[in-house]
Design a protein around this ligand. Sequence first.
Ligand code: KIV
Length: 303
Amino acid sequence: MSGKMTAPKVKARKGGDKLTMITAYDFPTAQIVDRAGAEIILVGDSLANVVLGYDATIKVTLDVMIHHTAAVARAKPNGLIVGDMPWLSYHTSIEDTVTNAGRLVREAGAEAVKLEGGKKRLDMINAVLGAEIPVMGHLGLTPQSVHAMGGYRVQGKQAAGAYELLSDAHALADAGVFSIVLEGVPDILAEIVTKEIDVPTIGIGAGVHCDGQVLVLHDLLGLGGGEYLPKFVRQYARLADDAVAAVEQYFDDVRSGAFPADDETYHMPDESAQILRELVAGPRDPGRKLAADDLMADEAMER
Ligand code: KIV
């Protein structure tokens, strides 16, 4: 990727090279995805599940999202930093919505915000756009609606629901969002939406026809606890297994005395060691004054 990604650059990629988007939730994960060339970095409210151990994204608050988004921003990635607006941060009033989106930008360093929902959220989306904050839409299986949907279900499987989603996508695009995440929808619906609207679609569980793809970092790295993964997740690594094996090996080395090795150990200069041995061997004399060199021994330790 050449230079810093921006919302207008993402929008301009409609129909072009596929956009690469991934989640990150803190400084090291932001550095990892940045080194890999992520074009869009989503500080997703999925952090509720994959980082904080909650059973639903609706458990995460705006303050927590700000805390994590700020950590990602400190990595100064080239990818566009999108802060996810958590449940209830854009549902109560237009004023609250703009204030909350503004906090993600001003306090945390987000360069755009994402919020879930279609026409129902248009007033809020327009207000955030009016405050000059780029907005990414999110349609289909919107996890913050888990109770309203009656669980995490693929959306738009019937023609009526699919047609409604298409109309929502048009409404968001007309409002001026710079891209739309399509989550958990049949591929044909994602294909139609992608063809019909003039902003990039970014799929997750939406088939191959979208303008880009997004996955949750911990899912693709195999960093979870082995719990259920949706069928659209491809695991490119098993880092949790690798991490367990590494920690087990460390424990084995501690037990066997193989850790720490000599070159992982600080040493005293031979002369000081000799003086110490003599002091310890001689009669105990707490009042005895030691030479300045010995008192400085700590400072001389190699790092
Ligand atoms: O929170 C998240 O990670 C998301 C992606 C799944 C799109 O919203």
